[in-house]
Write a protein that binds this ligand. Structure first.
Ligand code: PGA
Length: 250
């Protein structure tokens, strides 16, 4: 059976009260055996979301972690801390972290190592910008991000996940231009080979960027796509449920 990852990144779209209500709605979703579902709430809501999901087959993830485990780091939340409250996953290097908060490839590498040390599975996000694409630098950008992140890491099967999220395809409040499935198929086939340069381990490869219930099967039915990282559409329980159910058609 092929496992399909359906991950929901709530970003900072929901208030704390909305996040709690949304977690309760998601707890009622029937999860197909072939789906691995996780949600990534804001850090403040992690504990209450976890408590709502105790009976549900939905895992918990953090949107960001600090690379140091503990100490005098004002405003930071470590991988060890999010692991302690039940996170199995953490996003690392999301494009909004890289481009809005100035996260470098070096910081991304340290965060990956911190996640592995804390025993959580990092979801390494990579992707080219519109400018990269325009200047024919897509492969250059992805190669560089992968090399800085993976070179010399020793990984077991499924110990790390890669999410290909072209920066230009990520929606703003649900409005965006998804990457064509044919282009995702091509890039994912290439990325799978690139990743093999660093590890023999099985590394699931997700697509993210303006996915929704209407277009999701176009991605999940592709051979080299192991799932989707959903942003805005994951903040609506009915739409997220429709995407989870879509694994039946993949
Ligand atoms: P989007 O976000 O689905 O709203 O485009 C995806 C992401 O940034 O992970």
């Amino acid at each position: 059976m092929r496992l399909m990852y359906i991950f929901g990144n709530w970003k900072m779209y929901l208030s704390h009260e909305q996040a709690k209500a949304h977690a309760q709605a998601i707890a009622g979703i029937e999860i197909p055996a072939e789906a691995a579902v996780a949600v990534f709430p804001d850090v403040l809501s992690l504990v209450e979301v976890r408590d709502s999901l105790t009976e549900a087959d939905v895992a918990l993830g953090a949107q960001n972690v600090a690379w140091v485990p503990q100490g005098a780091y004002t405003g930071a939340t470590s991988a060890a801390l999010v692991s302690e409250v039940g996170c199995e996953y953490a996003l690392v290097g999301h494009s909004e972290r890289r481009h809005i908060f100035g996260e470098t490839n070096d910081a991304v590498r340290k965060k990956l190592e911190a996640c592995l040390d804390a025993g959580i599975t990092p979801v390494l996000c990579i992707g080219e910008t519109a400018e990269d694409k325009e200047h024919g630098k897509q492969e250059y950008r992805l190669k560089k991000q992968l090399m800085k992140a993976l070179d010399g890491l020793v990984l077991r099967d499924n110990q790390l996940i890669v999410a290909y999220e072209p920066v230009w395809a990520i929606s703003q409040g649900g409005k965006g231009m998804a990457c064509e499935p044919a282009d995702v198929a091509k890039t994912h086939a290439w990325l799978k080979e690139e990743v093999k340069q660093y590890t023999d381990a099985c590394i699931p490869l997700l697509y993210g960027g303006s996915t929704n219930p209407e277009n999701v099967v176009g991605y999940t039915s592709l051979e080299d796509v192991d799932g989707v990282l959903v942003g805005h559409a994951s903040t609506d329980a009915a739409r997220f449920e429709a995407m989870v159910r879509a694994v039946h058609s993949s």
